[in-house]
Structures are given as structure tokens and as C-alpha cells.
Design a binder for this molecule. Sequence first.
Ligand code: AMP
Ligand code: ZN
Ligand code: ZN
Length: 303
Amino acid sequence: MKCAKCTRQAEVKIPFQRVAFCREHFIEYFHSRIRKAIGRYRMFSKKDKLLVAVSGGKDSMGLALALKDLGYDVLLYHINIGIGEFSDMVQRKVEVFAKDFDFELEVESVAQNFSGLGLPQLALLTSRKPCSLCGMIKRYLMNRAALRHGAVLVTAHNLNDEAVNLLRNVMGWDFEQLSRQEPVLPAREGLARKAKPYIFISEYESAAYSYIRGIDYVMEACPQSGGATSHFLKRIVGELERRFPGFRINFVRKFYDNKKSYFPYPEKPVLNRCKICGQPTTGEICSFCRLKLKVEESLSSKS
Ligand code: AMP
Ligand code: ZN
Ligand code: ZN
């Protein structure tokens, strides 16, 4: 099969559009898709500083590189979540990536925020599921880092993630989550602006891009991850895409482009500022600070 743009052999096929590209034209096509998503939802501009949250996986490192090539001001931010050797290996990959591609990188660890404890110990201490705890901690730290730098927080949620989340939210008619599922969330008091430029990029395209760009990314899944429901929904969305090519992008794009008329659900007002850290919370003390208190309490009762 030939490239849609030149006479070279095609290397990457885009099934839902029935086209294929050589490496050079795939990169061009890929960048134009990201540029369009950024423009369509007015995510950010070249004047903004972007704090790109990198997990060590293909999506976030590929996104950082694409944004840098497109001329954006990018700072990388990584959280070591403290799952022993796995997290240290991930951090090393992020550091090598930053060095090889000439990025500024800031690393923060869960342990430095919770008296030396990593995610597995925190999950044990609170009897909470590691994934939901990890999500809460990452959201807090990422937001705090973006505010500290006066930056837009950029994450690499991809089309597969968005379709799975949308399906999950629709299945439960979770209007609150549906109203908050957005390509970009504006800054509010205590909350940084958040953008997701990869919302229309599939996992396959993202992997092809990162591979072609020579990024050495972490392939292993997080040892703590893997809720049965998430895996199941991922499989279902994959099957729907195979049966109806283009399903995912239509499902997600039509939702984003029409959601205001269908889901005029008001965003939950942020009532208070956390008494300890000042970040917005619906209670008196935010969940991050409550976790900190719990850790300190348990450590002092042991000593
Ligand atoms: P996840 O919550 O694991 O699905 O990840 C969603 C997005 O959050 C990723 O695309 C990254 O941009 C960011 N992210 C996930 N894990 C980390 C991490 N350990 N450090 C920094 N950013 C992360
Ligand atoms: Zn070509
Ligand atoms: Zn707090």
C-alpha cells in the first residue's frame, strides 16, 4: 500500500479513515490532528506555559514531543507514585526521555508528601482501592504543580480512554461526571486550566507516533491497576470499533460538540477552601490533607 501523500510505501494505516501514510506524512497528519483539536476547543495558545503530566507511557511522552514540535512552551511533570522498583524504573525512563529530547522536567514523589509511604502502603492504611487513591493524589499534585508554575495542566487521555469513560458515564447516566467530561476545563479559583489534546488520538495511533519518534516508553501496565470493569469496558469499546469503524471518534466527538444542549447540568459549585492547604473542597478539609492527617496519626500511634 502506498502513502496517501507520496509514492513511498505506507507504514501506518488509519483504519477508520481508510488511509495510510509513510512515516514522514504520518507525523505531519498526526500533528495536524492535534493542532485541530487544540484549536477546535480553544485549549491553549503559544503564550501559555504547558505543564505536561508524563506517566512514562507512550501517550504522555508522545504528546509532550508533539507539542514541543508544534512550538508550545512545555515543562514536563512526573509523579513517582512509590510502587517500589516499578515506579523507580518508570521515573528513570521519564528522565532519559527528558534528557534525550531536551525538556525541562520536574519530579515529585508520593512518598515525599506522605512521610515516606508509597501508594501500596497508603491503600493498605486506608483500605481504599489503589486506583481511586492514586487518581485523587495525582489530580491534587498535578493541579498544585500547574498552579505553582502558572501553567495549563495538559494530560494525555486518549480516544480509547475518553470512549470508555463516556460509556461508563452514560451507562450510569452520571450527569455530574458527564457535565465534567470536557476537552478543556477553564481555570477557576484554586484550580488550574486543564486540557486534553489527545482526545481524538487512538491508542494505536499514539503508539505508532511514539515508536516512529524513537521514544523509549514504559510498556508494562501499572502492577496496581486493572479494575475488572475498566478492562471489560475497554474490550467492549474495542469490539464496537472493529464492528463499526469510526464508532469511537463519532461517539466522543458528537458528545463534545453537542453536550451543552443535552447536558446543561451546572458544574458543582466549589464551596470552601481547605483549612489546611487552601485548595478547593466541598468539605472543610480536602481529601489529600485528610489522607496526610491519617498517615501522621497512624505513624505517631506506632512510635
Ligand atoms: P491515568 O489516570 O493513568 O489514566 O492517566 C491520565 C493522564 O494523567 C496521563 O495521560 C498522564 O498525562 C497523566 N499521568 C498519569 N500518571 C502520571 C504520573 N505518574 N505522573 C505524571 N502524570 C501522570
Ligand atoms: Zn508519504
Ligand atoms: Zn487540603
